[in-house]
Design a protein around this ligand. Structure first.
Ligand code: PXP
Length: 241
C-alpha cells in the first residue's frame, strides 16, 4: 500500500491571507487522520508565508499522525526540528521569490553543509529525506550522506502532463522511474511529491517502489468543493486503486 502524506500548508495560506485564527491547520490534520491519511506534511518556510512555528508546535504536541517537516537547511529551522522531533524531515531548497518549491535540492553540490544537518536530525530520532530531482548523481549523494530516504520531485512531469506535452511528459516519467529503481537498489526509501492531482496520479503510480506520496495543493483545492475528509478519501482511493 502506498502511503498518503497530506501537505496542509495551504490551509495556513488561507488563514494568513486574512490574519484570522481560522482555518486551523491542526483541525485540518485531525480531519486528514479521520479520513485515513498516513501522515501530515508541513513546510516551515523561512519567510513564514503559511505555516507558523506555533502550528508545528501544536501539530507536534497532538501528533495523531506522523509529522513530516519540510525544511530548508537553515540553522533557525534546524533548531526547531531538533526541538520538536518530527518523525520525518524532508530537506528542500528554498528561495524567497518562488511560489512553491520549484526545483530539487542540489544534494551533490551541498554535501558539506548537508552532512552535519542530516547527522543531527538522525541522531535526534528524525528520519531524513532529501527532496531531489530524479538524477543519478543526486541519488548517489543521498546515499553518501547517509539519508535513509529521498523524495522525488514530480513537478516537471506534472507540468508537462498538464501542458499536454506528451513526449516530454513521457521522458520525465521515465526519469522518475529510473531514479526510483536506482534509489531502491541503493537501499533508499522512495517518496515522491509535487504537483500531483487526481488527473495525473494514475501515471505517477507507474513509478516503482513508492512508499509515500506527499500531496498538498490539489487536495486542499478539492476540499473547497467536497470537504477535506472527502478530498483525502478520494485521493486515497486513487493511489491505492
Ligand atoms: N513535497 C515537497 C517536498 C514539497 O515542497 C511540496 C510543496 O510544498 C509538496 C510535496 C506538495 O506539493 P503540492 O502542493 O504541489 O502537492
Amino acid at each position: 500500500m502506498i502511503h498518503l502524506g497530506v501537505n496542509i500548508d495551504h490551509v495556513a495560506t488561507l488563514r494568513q491571507a486574512r490574519g484570522t485564527a481560522y482555518p486551523d491547520p491542526v483541525e485540518a490534520a485531525r480531519l486528514c487522520a479521520q479520513a485515513g491519511a498516513h501522515g501530515i506534511t508541513v513546510h516551515l518556510r523561512e519567510d513564514r508565508r503559511h505555516i507558523q512555528t506555533h502550528d508545528v508546535e501544536r501539530l507536534a504536541a497532538e501528533r495523531r499522525l506522523p509529522l513530516n517537516l519540510e525544511m530548508a537547511n537553515s540553522e533557525e529551522v534546524l533548531a526547531i526540528a531538533l526541538r520538536l522531533k518530527p518523525e520525518e524531515a524532508c530537506i528542500v531548497p528554498e528561495r524567497r521569490q518562488e511560489l512553491t518549491t520549484e526545483g530539487g535540492l542540489d544534494a551533490d553540490g551541498l554535501r558539506e553543509s548537508l552532512g552535519p544537518a542530516i547527522d543531527a536530525l538522525k541522531d535526534n530520532g528524525t528520519e531524513v529525506s532529501l527532496f531531489i530531482a530524479p538524477e543519478p548523481r543526486q541519488i548517489d549523494a543521498a546515499v553518501a550522506l547517509g539519508a535513509p530516504a529521498i523524495e522525488l520531485h514530480t513537478g516537471a512531469y506534472c507540468d508537462c502532463a498538464a501542458a499536454g506535452a506528451e513526449r516530454e511528459a513521457e521522458a520525465e516519467l521515465n526519469r522518475l522511474i529510473g531514479a526510483a529503481l536506482l534509489a531502491n537498489s541503493a537501499g533508499l526509501r522512495v517518496n515522491a511529491g509535487h504537483g500531483i492531482n487526481l488527473e495525473n496520479v494514475a501515471a505517477i503510480l507507474k513509478i516503482p517502489h513508492l512508499h509515500t506520496l506527499n500531496i498538498g495543493h490539489s487536495i486542499i483545492s478539492r476540499a473547497v468543493f467536497v470537504g477535506l475528509r472527502e478530498a483525502v478519501a478520494e485521493m486515497l482511493r486513487a493511489i491505492n486503486p
